[in-house]
Design a protein around this ligand. Sequence first.
Ligand code: PLP
Length: 422
Amino acid sequence: MSVAQASALGGGTATRAPLDVAAIRRDFPVLTRTVNGKPLCYLDNAASSQRPRAVIDAISGYYETSHANVHRGVHRLSQEATDLFEGARETLRRFVNARSTREIIFVRGTTEAINLVAQSFARPRLQPGDEIVISWLEHHANIVPWQMVCEQTGARLRVIPITRSGEVDFEAFLGLLNDRTHLLAIAHVSNALGTVVPVDGFIAEAKRRGIPVLLDGAQAVPHMPVDVQALDCDFYAFSGHKMCGPTGIGVLYGREALLQAMPPWQGGGDMILAVSFERTVYNELPYKFEAGTPHIAGAIGLARAVDYLEDIGLERIAAAEHDLLEYATERLTGIPGLTIVGTAPEKAAVVSFTLGRVHPHDLGTILDAEGVAIRTGHHCAMPVMEFFGVPATARASFAFYNTRAEVDRLVDALQVAREMLG
Ligand SMILES: Cc1ncc(COP(=O)(O)O)c(C=O)c1O
């Protein structure tokens, strides 16, 4: 019996018992493999998490028994595929507590979700001189689409500064808001630093002024319960592959009234009700934004990932990862020459660091030889690197299937690197 099954039988999210990580690890086939003769120690979860057997089986089971194109066929397989696909949408609706499945748009991932909002929501509304507010700690996916729309419309990008600990400066944010501000687009959790942005205060201030808010939830959704109604945001974007689901699938949540008023951003099959050469009538929500054959298996796999995470319990996941973060922070702080970049009081399980003058890429290579997978580079957040005056950092990022023993392996591998690179 897998952990998720056992947990479901035992009451799922209701239980507060600590995670049985050894049992959870058995759900993830890849965690049994070796790298360079050593057991894999996978600490690159912020880039992409691993998948449990349940998700892999849901995808292959769909292809083995029920694959056909959705929404169009009257034959049995098409109906089954449609039911699975739309069932997945309902699972995702429940997961983020959207009011209706009309508010759940399947997209390729966070990047596509943000581009959709930039092109379909922002672009038609923006005039020269209007402003979009983002923060300094954004992933490029929450910078470049806004720069593009600014180029297209003559609008301006305003950037909220961050502090040395990696927090978004709330006072500076207040100072940036004015009657030209048309959108606040901000990360819920920073991928480069791990900062959990206290978005409630930012949203409340934006709402008081009637400014719509988009949250980039790519790094939040895998690690904490998210309720879009409680947050009161207008758009929320996230990716399947960071939350144990497939690549190439993600979700844009959008407030229905706003989505209704937005034009489609891609044209093609499925997003129409009627087409003639004179005129096309667009489909209703959410299909208006889903042109072409969707990633059916991706949506099914993502819904299975949601079930898996919920069976374990997002709050228990958050607690287990917090324990790993505290342990890793303490152990890494003890390594001479190691500097942690990003020390906000509220963090998700991400530790970015530099080690003396050693280039992070060299560190990453030595760690790989020890079987330890971390990420090195700018983490698609070049402005963050610029702010801290480093070209790159090394980043260990944890998931609920990681262990304190793996943190120890990271520390041991870093000691090896120190000895080799001096
Ligand atoms: C905070 C954040 N936003 C956006 C993205 C982009 O996600 P995707 O590449 O899945 O579209 C990432 C991916 O690392 C991220 O961490």
